[in-house]
Design a protein around this ligand. Structure first.
Ligand SMILES: [Zn+2]
Length: 255
């Protein structure tokens, strides 16, 4: 790919995306390389990059009028916290690719880094507007973390980003599956046998892991129908898993 053919802003965005994703060490997973494989022409590539990196458009700092990139948290001129863009995608916020498979350690590290930069102690001497902004950013970062770090919520969020709300348009699951879930719920309700509770806890954890793998495949293939079906199943099994967790707490059962 000819990097000179793209504008300086897009070039910077490209390099930045690699840096953010910590993927420079594995070129096959890098945006630049992925793009070079899929782009049929420079024009197509330009359009793709423009839509992908529209988030890097510049704006000006609300306090000192210096130019800042759209998603920069702080102004490089006066170091003031910037206004929140509520439409911002959680993956962008954490500087990772929009893929189902995530690196939990990287998410956790980014979360800690962001929270450190947004810590209330750092804003105690700032004006009210900056305090308010740091609180807003902090609450968005918390929300994003709770979604990205949770297999089911992350999957539901990815569907939402693709315009699929399974709460409003539930997946069509077979009667057989729904019967099975009903029976499983009956089995869990009122269960007192501690060995059985322990066994079910491990089993549902495994089922969720398997479903997560299926979700990853479906999202990677761009098969939204399949993803929707898998996510609907995950919801049922997650409820079961939570019921069993409650029983474990009730009877003081350790892992
Ligand atoms: Zn500024």
């Amino acid at each position: 790919m000819n990097l000179q053919a793209v504008s300086p802003m897009l070039r910077r965005a490209l390099i930045r995306s690699c840096y953010y994703s910590k993927l420079l060490s594995s070129p096959s997973a890098c945006y630049v390389c992925t793009i070079s494989k899929v782009a049929r022409s420079e024009e197509k590539l330009g359009n793709y990059l423009r839509s992908k990196y529209s988030s890097f458009q510049s704006k000006t700092c609300w306090k000192c009028d210096s130019a800042v990139e759209k998603y920069d948290l702080f102004c490089s001129g006066c170091n003031t916290i910037q206004k929140l863009d509520t439409g911002r995608n959680y993956f962008d916020l954490f500087g990772i690719n929009e893929r189902y498979s995530v690196d939990p350690k990287l998410i956790q590290k980014t979360f800690r880094d962001l929270q450190r930069q947004l810590h209330p102690d750092l804003y105690s001497n700032k004006d009210e507007e900056e305090k308010k902004l740091s609180e807003e950013h902090s609450s968005l970062v918390n929300k994003a973390y709770s979604v990205l770090n949770h297999p089911l919520r992350r999957a539901q969020y990815m569907l939402l980003l693709k315009g699929v709300d399974i709460e409003k348009a539930p997946a069509d699951l077979s009667q057989e599956f729904l019967m099975e879930i009903m029976e499983r719920n009956e089995e869990v309700d009122g269960l007192e046998d501690e060995d059985k509770i322990h066994h079910l806890s491990l089993m549902y954890k495994n089922v969720m892991m398997e479903l997560s793998k299926e979700a990853e495949k479906a999202f990677d293939k761009g098969d939204l129908e399949k993803a929707k079906e898998v996510v609907a199943k995950m919801k049922y099994f997650y409820n079961l898993e939570m019921k069993v967790q409650d029983l474990k707490r009730k009877y003081g059962i350790m892992d």
